[in-house]
Design a protein around this ligand. Structure first.
Ligand code: TYD
Ligand code: MG
Length: 455
């Protein structure tokens, strides 16, 4: 038996060191080093129980049959799109998310719907009975989904060998362990070694594997960053616990774009795909209310209209409060400074609260203009006309900067019955707006937008 050795590994970046150190020299994080037992044998020499590896042979690139990678249709449009058009055979997908967000539900309801695919669902967290209870709440049942509760990777391989599944689900990577590694499940070494071994299995047998992973306090997938390097695709399932919307984002994808986004709604009977997010996000009747502005945003490749709400009131408790939900607070402070300096609004003694309706977090800079408009509307207590939408990034000197894919944004606003839309003047170049039914108001500066909205 080989000698045991321990090292200290940074849980943030995976850097190791023979002794404990307080600050990681590689990523600069403090207090991230944990002790780990080094495995006794390198992964590569360990055969995977009973599975015949494919023989590999070097080939000239031009000899390799090209064309599109065949994809497995997951029967879920949102998931297919986020995966880049379906699941690639032999790929290893990591689905991360906070506890209780709905990862197990998403995967279970998807595999229960998959026709003529044999699925092995390995659960290390819930008992078979618990899984049955959950499955009973979900629609569509396929008889070809096998469930097993197992935490030992060696045993999982035995089950795989016996059942020959077309797709393997492991819920979750933090609960499984390899027997010959002397470290507890969920530890850095276990997570890294198990996923490396699963990757090898996926590639050798061309079986796709979906790993479910937890997210730690800091919001990154528990285990080292190396886990994200090992897998082919990293999907993140996120959302606010208090809202029913859930967003599936692709953070890394070797077989598709990472700009894609899937939106779901958590229901009593599982997750429902939201194919037209605008309708959901605009459901409230806000006619005549001040502090509401509608932005035409794009997340991923889909445009949607989203409600920005602001509340501005005099600060009665000394220091003015600033809070933003679904929007970057620093960016909001920057926009407030722009309003103060360029438009002359004195917001220094005001509390400002900002909220993106629906609990969504939007990264699209084109919603700046609606943030500013909502704040101004609330500050003056004058409502913006309800059939007005807008898109535009606001620069430090108060200029409205052009945004990408303006046609799509205008098209979506028009489709949803908006009559007017404020767009950056620069976006007009090369744009044919004569055929549009929606009235386009080009604006160059925050002041112009202000005049267009409030007269
Ligand atoms: P779950 O999939 O167990 O989360 P994770 O695997 O990410 O930890 O989701 C659990 C939550 O989802 C729980 O709070 C109950 C809720 N839920 C529904 O609202 N409807 C359903 O049909 C199901 C199965 C769960
Ligand atoms: Mg779960």
């Amino acid at each position: 038996m080989a000698k045991e050795k321990t090292v200290y590994v940074c849980t943030n970046c995976g850097q190791d060191s023979p002794k404990w150190i307080g600050k990681c020299p590689s990523c600069g994080a403090w207090n991230t080093y944990v002790e780990e037992v080094v495995r006794k044998e390198p992964t590569d020499r360990r055969p995977i129980a009973g599975l015949q590896p494919m023989k590999s042979k070097p080939m000239v690139l031009t000899d390799i049959a090209g064309g599109d990678e065949p994809r497995i249709d997951m029967g879920d449009e949102e998931l297919n799109r986020v995966l880049g058009g379906g699941l690639v055979p032999g790929s290893l997908v990591l689905l991360g998310g906070e506890p209780g967000i709905g990862k197990s539900t998403l995967v279970l309801q998807t595999v229960l719907r998959l026709p003529d695919k044999r699925v092995l669902y390995v659960s290390g967290e819930e008992s078979v009975r618990q899984l049955k209870l959950r499955a009973d709440r979900l629609p569509h049942h396929s008889s070809d989904c096998l469930i097993v509760c197992e935490t030992s990777l060696e045993q999982i391989y035995v089950h795989i060998k016996n059942t020959q599944p077309d797709l393997v689900i492991i819920d979750s990577i933090q609960t499984i362990s390899m027997e010959n590694i002397d470290s507890s499940p969920g530890s850095l070494v276990q997570v890294r070694e198990c996923s490396a071994s699963i990757l090898k299995f996926a590639k050798e047998t061309n079986t796709p594997v979906i790993l479910i992973g937890h997210i730690n306090k800091e919001g990154s997938i528990a285990g080292p960053k190396v886990l994200e390097h090992i897998v082919d695709t990293v999907l993140q399932f996120e959302g606010d616990q208090h809202y029913m919307y859930r967003i599936l984002r692709s953070i890394k994808n070797r077989f598709g774009s990472t700009a894609e986004l899937g939106i779901y709604e958590m229901r009593q009977n599982g997750l429902r795909q939201v194919s037209n997010p605008s309708e959901l996000l605009l459901s409230q009747d806000h006619e005549g209310m001040s502090g509401v502005a509608i932005a035409s945003a794009i997340e991923g490749v889909r445009p949607f209209l989203i409600e920005t709400q602001a509340l501005v009131s005099s600060a009665v408790y000394g220091n003015p409060q600033r809070s933003a939900t679904g929007f970057d607070l620093r960016r909001m402070n920057m926009l407030l400074a722009v309003l103060e300096k360029r438009v002359g609004f004195k917001l220094g003694q005001k509390d400002v609260f900002l909220n993106i309706a629906g609990g969504l977090r939007v990264n699209d800079p084109a919603i700046d203009l609606s943030v500013i408009s909502a704040i101004l509307s609330s500050n003056m207590d004058v409502a913006i006309e309800p059939d007005t939408s807008m898109a535009g990034e606001v620069g430090l000197s108060g200029e409205i900067r052009p945004v990408n894919r303006i046609e799509q944004r205008m098209g979506e606003a028009e489709k949803l019955g908006f009559k007017r839309m404020l767009i950056p003047k620069h976006n007009l170049q090369g744009l044919d707006i004569s055929k549009l039914k929606i009235e386009i108001i080009p604006v160059r500066k925050v002041e112009e937008a202000f005049r267009a909205l409030f007269g």
